[in-house]
Design a protein around this ligand. Structure first.
Ligand code: ACO
Length: 454
C-alpha cells in the first residue's frame, strides 16, 4: 500500500483541571516552581467515575462518530497503556463492546505496555500490519490512554490524564517516512510500577531525566545517520534543519524546551566545522565535550537553550500546548503533541511539512521517527477532513472546569482508597463530564466493570 499513515485523530481529556500556580501555593513550594520551573499551567485529572477503559471507550467512539467510520471497517485495534486495571483482561477486549452491534469480531491487536512508550509500540504494530501480507485492506485503529497520578510529593504536579485515537490506513494525509526509524532500549529503574495494589509509580526523578536525555541523544544519532543516508532535504548539515517540527513526549514542558537545546548540542558536536559566528556563536567552550558528562551541566544547558531559542519557538513550541494545559498524559503525550502542532496555526502552513517525533517510556524504551504532511489541502482532501475534525480542541480545553487543589487532593485520596475495590459504586459526579463521555457505572463483587455513556 502507498502512503501508509494517519487518516484521522481524536483526543479526549478530562473535564476538570487544577491550576498549577494554585497547586504551588497548596503544596507550599516556592512561587513559580511548577509554572516556570517545570513549564506547566494546568493539570487534568479524573474522579473515580473514570478509568483507563472509560477513557479509551470515549475516544474511540468519538473518532468513529466524528469521521463516520463504520465499525466493520476496522481490521486491527491496538491499545497502548500503562494504566493497568487487570493483569489478564486487556482494554482492547473492553473496547470490543463498541463493535458488538456491527457484528465485527474479526479484529487483530491487543494491549502493549511499557510506561509512556506503549502507544508508540502499538502504532508501529499497526503500521507493520498494514505493510504486511496479513493486511486485508481495512483500517487500523491505535488507542493510547492513561491516567497519570503520583503520590503526594514533588512528582504529583507532573500528572495528567487523557486518550488519543489514531486511524491508520493507506493514502493517508500524514504519511510515515519509511526507513527512518531510530530506537534505543535499555534496562534501568528510573520509573516503574511494582506495587500492584497502587496506581502510583516508584520514581527516581533525577535518573528519569538523565535517561530521557540519554535516550534522546541515542535516537537522534541513529535518526541523523539514517536521514543522511536517505538523503532527506537539509540532513547534510544540522539535522534541526531537516524537519519543520520536532514533537516530543512531554513529562513536563521544560524538559521539552531543554530537549531542543540538546538536539542542537548533538548537531554542534557532530559538526566538523561548526559555524561559531552564526548559529553556534558563544558555544566554542563546549567543543569536544562528551554527551555523557553534560546531563546536569547548568551552564551548558542554558547556553544551548539560548542558542536554540528561535528553533524552539518555531519548530516545537506549538506542539506543547496540550502538554502545558493537561499535563503528562503518558502514552498519548507525544500524540497530543502532534495534535497541538496540527491545530496551532494556519492549515495552509502545514502542507508538505515534515515532523519528527520522539517517544520515551521509562524502564526504558524510546524511538524517533518522522512523517510528512500531504500537499493537498483542498476542501475534499483527507487532510482537510482530519484538521477540520480537530478544530474544537482549543474550545474544549477552555471549557473545562477549574477545581481547587484541596478538592483535587480529596479526589486523589478517594482514588487511592478505592483503587481495585470490589464491589464498588463510584461517587464522582456524572454531570461534570463532557457529553458523550463513557464513565464507570459500577464494579461488582467479581471485579467486573460496567460502563455507561453520558
Ligand atoms: N521559580 C522558577 N523555577 C523554579 C522555582 C521557582 N520558584 N523553583 C524551582 N524551580 C526550577 C528548578 O530550578 C528546576 O529547574 P531546572 O530543571 O531547570 O534546574 C525546576 O524548577 C524543577 O525543580 P526541581 O527542584 O528540580 O524539582 P524536583 O526535583 O522537586 O521535581 C521532577 C522535579 C524530578 C521532574 C519531579 O516532578 C518528578 O519526579 N516527576 C516525575 C518524573 C518525570 O516526569 N520524569 C521525566 C521523564 S520520565 C516520564 O515521562 C514519567
Amino acid at each position: 500500500p502507498d502512503d501508509v499513515g494517519i487518516l484521522a485523530l481524536e483526543v479526549y481529556f478530562p473535564s476538570e483541571y487544577v491550576d498549577q500556580s494554585e497547586l504551588e501555593q497548596f503544596d507550599g513550594v516556592s512561587t513559580g516552581k511548577y509554572t516556570i520551573g517545570l513549564g506547566q499551567d494546568k493539570m487534568g485529572f479524573c474522579s473515580d467515575r473514570e478509568d483507563v477503559n472509560s477513557l479509551c471507550l470515549t475516544v474511540v467512539q468519538k473518532l468513529m462518530e466524528r469521521h463516520q467510520i463504520p465499525y466493520t471497517a476496522i481490521g486491527r485495534l491496538e491499545v497502548g497503556t500503562e494504566t493497568i486495571l487487570d493483569k489478564s483482561k486487556s482494554t482492547k477486549t473492553v473496547l470490543m463492546q463498541l463493535f458488538e452491534n456491527s457484528g465485527n469480531t474479526s479484529i487483530e491487536g491487543i494491549d502493549t505496555t511499557n510506561a509512556c512508550y506503549g502507544g508508540t509500540a502499538a502504532l508501529f504494530n499497526a503500521i507493520h500490519w498494514i505493510e504486511s501480507s496479513a493486511w486485508d485492506g481495512r483500517f487500523a485503529l491505535v488507542v493510547a490512554g492513561d491516567i497519570a497520578v503520583y503520590a503526594t510529593g514533588n512528582a504529583r504536579c507532573t500528572g495528567g490524564a487523557g486518550a488519543v485515537a489514531i486511524l491508520l490506513g493507506s493514502n493517508a494525509p500524514l504519511i510515515f517516512d519509511r526507513g527512518l526509524r531510530a530506537t534505543h532500549m535499555q534496562h534501568v529503574y528510573d520509573f516503574y510500577k511494582p506495587n500492584m495494589a497502587s496506581e502510583y509509580p516508584v520514581v527516581d526523578g533525577k535518573l528519569s531525566i538523565e535517561c530521557y536525555l540519554h535516550a534522546l541523544d541515542k535516537c537522534y544519532e541513529i535518526f541523523s545517520s539514517k536521514a543522511k543516508t536517505a538523503g532527506i532535504k537539509g540532513s547534510s548539515g544540522s539535522l534541526l534543519d531537516c524537519a519543520d517540527a520536532f514533537v516530543f513526549h512531554s513529562p513536563y514542558c521544560k524538559l521539552v524546551r531543554k530537549s531542543v537545546g540538546r538536539l542542537m548540542l548533538n548537531d554542534f558536536l557532530q559538526d566538523p566545522n561548526p559555524d561559531l559566528i552564526g548559529r553556534y556563536s558563544g558555544l566554542e567552550p563546549y567543543k569536544g565535550i562528551r554527551l555523557e558528562d553534560t546531563y546536569f551541566n547548568k551552564d551548558l544547558e542554558t547556553a544551548f537553550m539560548t542558542a536554540s531559542k528561535d528553533i524552539f519557538e518555531k519548530k516545537t513550541k506549538p506542539s506543547i500546548y496540550m502538554a502545558n494545559q493537561v499535563g503528562n498524559m503518558y502514552t498519548p503525550s507525544v500524540f497530543g503533541g502532534l495534535i497541538s502542532y496540527l491545530v496551532s496555526g494556519n492549515a495552509q502552513d502545514l502542507a508538505g511539512k515534515r515532523v519528527v517525533l520522539f517517544s520515551y517510556g521509562s524502564g526504558l524504551a524510546s524511538s524517533m521517527y518522522s512523517l510528512h504532511i500531504s500537499d493537498d489541502l483542498s476542501t475534499t482532501s483527507p487532510l482537510h477532513k482530519l484538521l477540520n475534525n480537530l478544530s474544537d480542541v482549543k474550545t474544549r480545553l477552555e471549557s473545562r472546569r477549574k477545581v481547587a487543589p484541596k478538592e483535587f487532593d480529596r479526589v486523589m485520596k478517594l482514588r487511592e482508597e478505592t483503587h481495585n475495590k470490589a464491589p464498588y459504586c463510584p461517587v464522582g459526579s456524572v454531570d461534570i463530564l463532557f457529553p458523550g463521555t463513557w464513565y464507570l457505572a459500577g464494579v461488582d463483587s467479581m471485579h467486573r466493570r460496567k460502563y455507561e455513556r453520558k
